[in-house]
Design a protein around this ligand. Structure first.
Ligand code: KPL
Length: 307
């Protein structure tokens, strides 16, 4: 199988490094990571140990692949899709935060776009070296649910590369559940500057719970069966399983980088507003809205966003 990993950050490098044990993998990333991989290969350490020699390039255009994994930050999705459109890709799988698959599907009409989630822990330690900080699972499947031969093939590709994988038939609900978990954890940990485990109790726990439930409410307004019980259980489980992790938004804030506020919180607010307009019933998301505004204010203050 020819696999293209578009976005050689921590998760993309980890998954690319694991898959390169069994497939022809090309990583599209930035310097100096790309040069280090070309010179000495890609080292994975920690919970999994491997050194592989995938192709690595900074040029995302004109690639041919059976499967392209999109692992760029959500705000780079449109750019990634436009680059992928210059090549020939059969199947595209997003392993990103936010509901980015629609952006990919709009721009890649000839490819099958799958939805996916990944709970592997990854940390880019140095150019050419990624740590696997936790063996999790990739869950993937058809964007609108049900079965799809492309999902079965992608599942086989991951398993052959030694990646724990589930091919699921209920991705619409799972991607909203993931969004609800991110809405609960990411902004609160970033603004309070705490690790995920700090949300297990106390005032931050209540804010996380409210943001999670509001996101589930928006999912239901779009006809996705996602109960409060299910999402609350999911966020508790992720807080517990990733207690020592710093959320991706906390990492962005610590590094003074732009965050994924729009893909997570902006998206929930926009969809709540649309549902309220179309259904003439208020779908209210006050906690998510407040968290979005606080993160935006932080971005403006840091000069990584224009007012
Ligand atoms: O996806 C995550 C993130 O940090 O973006 C969670 C699930 C919250 C784990 O840290």
């Amino acid at each position: 199988m020819e696999v293209l990993v578009f976005g050689a950050g921590s998760l993309g490098s980890l998954v690319g490094g694991l898959l390169a044990r069994s497939h022809d993998v090309t990583l599209v990333g930035r310097e100096p990571h790309v040069a280090a991989i070309r010179d000495s290969g890609l080292r994975v350490s920690g919970a999994v140990e491997a050194t592989t020699h995938p192709e690595a390039t900074t040029d995302g255009e004109g690639h041919e692949a059976d499967l392209a994994l999109v692992t760029v930050k959500s705000f780079d999705t449109a750019t990634a899709a436009e680059a992928l459109a210059t090549g020939t890709i059969d199947t595209v799988l997003s392993l990103q935060n936010g509901l980015t698959e629609e952006t990919l599907a709009d721009r890649l009409p000839d490819a099958t776009v799958l939805a996916g989630t990944a709970t592997y822990g990854a940390d880019l330690l140095a150019p050419g070296h990624v740590a696997c900080t936790g063996v999790g699972r990739v869950v993937l499947g058809a964007l609108s649910g049900g079965t799809d031969p492309a999902a079965e093939r992608a599942g086989w590709t991951f398993r052959a590369g030694g990646v724990e994988t589930l091919v699921a038939t209920d991705m619409p609900r799972r991607r909203w559940e993931k969004l609800a978990v991110n809405a609960g954890i990411n902004a609160v940990t970033a603004l309070a500057r705490v690790e995920n485990g700090a949300l297990a109790e106390g005032p931050a726990h209540e804010i996380a719970r409210r943001a999670t439930r509001e996101t589930a409410r928006v999912a239901r307004s779009e006809g996705v069966a996602l109960s409060n019980r299910r999402t609350s259980g999911a966020v508790e489980r992720v807080i517990d399983a990733t207690a020592d992790n710093r959320s991706s938004t906390l990492q962005d804030v610590d590094a003074g980088r732009r965050t994924e506020v729009e893909a997570i919180f902006g998206e929930v607010v926009a969809r709540a507003e649309r549902a309220s307009r179309e259904n003439h019933v208020a779908v209210s998301v006050p906690t998510v809205r407040t968290l979005a505004d606080l993160l935006r204010a932080w971005e403006v203050g840091r000069g990584v966003r224009e007012e």
